[in-house]
Design a protein around this ligand. Structure first.
Ligand code: ZN
Ligand code: FE
Length: 259
């Protein structure tokens, strides 16, 4: 099996575009469609024919380019069942446990609802990659627009359980702002301090902080650490609760909304 190729490029104000290409089958998938024109242009520059779209959730900066890309390429659109009524041009809906493929490469669909009800992630175990949309960000997580704290925590727990080598391809470059909140939430975390120093250096050079390695996020991302007794104790007077990851997650999430 030949190597999967990933082309990552900035689009809109702070989204990342991803084109995933399998040279053996010559299939190419758009991971979300924030900007049809940018995707069509980048694919043409690579010499890749778009054959699929894999949507993570319904928001326009993730599915807004479906119709234009499908019209131009006749690709197959795969989208989350739970968000399906708000997404254009769907050919196949998928949910937790389903598999999608790009040539011989397989991705497992993971339910990561919370930011939207139907939000999904695509995990490709053979390539140690996960496309997580707006569910999880480097040092942060998506806003809880539609779901509940128990649901969102369960979603993050599914991502926590992936192999720690997994590279997380988040949909936005929000890391610098997330880092400021993470330091506020968990100020004594030495791994976090070291990570923030690396992030600051990358952003000063205008380089991406995405993808992020899950193993490092597990040690530093406060939203993944709502089950950590140290963080629970620190947040116990701000709505969190010792022994209760859901309450601690909810306290962190609402504090971040107003940070
Ligand atoms: Zn979103
Ligand atoms: Fe988004």
């Amino acid at each position: 099996m030949s190597q999967l190729e990933l082309h990552q490029f900035p689009c809109l104000s702070d989204n990342y575009g991803y084109l995933l290409h399998d040279p053996a089958s010559e299939e190419t998938a758009c991971i979300d469609t924030p900007d049809a024109e940018a995707y069509l242009r980048e694919a043409a520059q690579k010499g890749w024919q778009i054959t699929q779209i894999w949507n993570t959730h319904w928001h326009p900066d993730h599915a807004g380019g479906n119709a234009e890309i499908k019209a131009a390429t006749h690709c197959t659109v795969i989208a989350p069942q739970g968000d399906a009524e708000k997404i254009d041009e769907i050919d196949r809906t998928v949910t937790q446990g389903d598999r999608v493929s790009l040539g011989e490469w397989e991705a497992a669909v993971i339910d990561v609802g919370g930011h939207t009800m139907g939000h999904i992630a695509y995990h490709i175990p053979g390539a140690e990659m996960a496309f997580v949309g707006d569910s999880l960000f480097a040092l942060g997580c998506g806003r809880m627009f539609e779901g509940t704290a128990p649901q969102f925590w369960k979603s993050l727990s599914r991502l926590k359980a992936l192999p720690p080598e997994t590279m997380l391809y988040c949909a936005h470059e929000y890391t610098a702002a997330n880092a400021r909140f993470a330091l506020h939430a968990d100020p004594d975390n030495a791994s976090l301090q070291a990570y923030v120093a690396d992030i600051t250096r990358l952003r000063d050079q205008n380089r991406p902080t995405v993808p992020a390695k899950l193993g490092r996020e597990l040690e530093t991302n406060p939203f993944l650490r709502a089950d950590d007794p140290v963080l629970q104790a620190r947040w116990a007077e701000r709505g969190g609760q010792i022994g209760d990851p859901v309450a601690t997650f909810a306290a962190l999430r609402s504090a971040k909304d107003d940070f």
